[in-house]
Design a protein around this ligand. Structure first.
Ligand code: INI
Length: 159
């Protein structure tokens, strides 16, 4: 039965897609690895350098405002947000993690464009390293695959 239903799903070709990558410099050892992963994914799926723009911000807290500015540009199809928020025993973590996640979701809903959450929130630096190109893959790569799929999906839904 399910297989007989009309189904819409995004495909993974980034050809012609214009993507902005907003990257927090805080914990840049991690966030720059996420950026490398994201660019690798976009290029492997057919994007070319001219279609990609990297915007760096001081920390993850600043990502939503800049993501909103770039998402509003007509020549941007989607945004990948990359950063690393590491607990490190301070309450600062909670504020930054809450604001960046809420802010990114808000920007996506407001602009109607895919704005993807590629910000690591971990307890330790080791956990962040694991997710930035080592044991647990590269979450920047995953976030870029998500933006490609979502841009394509929205195009299909819009016809
Ligand atoms: N920014 C991060 O991206 N990651 C963190 O782990 C972090 N911690 O823990 O403080 C962090 N703080 C900076 C914050 O994003 C802002 O840049 C700063 O508060 C100025 O608004």
């Amino acid at each position: 039965m399910v297989q007989d239903l009309k189904s819409i799903e995004g495909r993974l070709s980034a050809e012609g897609m214009r993507v902005a990558l907003v990257v927090g410099r805080f914990n840049s050892l991690i966030s720059e690895r996420l950026l490398e992963g994201a660019v690798d994914c976009l290029v492997r799926h057919g994007a070319s350098a001219e279609q990609l723009t990297v915007v760096r911000v001081p920390g993850s807290f600043e990502i939503p405002l800049v993501a909103q500015k770039v998402a509003r540009q007509k020549d941007v199809d989607g945004v990948v947000c990359l950063g690393a928020v590491i607990r490190g025993g301070t309450p600062h973590f909670e504020y930054v993690a809450a604001e960046v996640s809420k802010g990114i979701a808000t920007v996506s809903m407001e602009t109607g464009k895919p704005v993807i959450f590629g910000v690591l929130t971990t307890d330790t630096i080791d956990q962040a390293i694991e997710r930035a190109g080592t044991k647990a893959g590269n979450k920047g790569w995953d976030a870029a695959a998500t933006v490609i799929e979502m841009i394509d999906l929205l195009r299909r839904i819009h016809g």
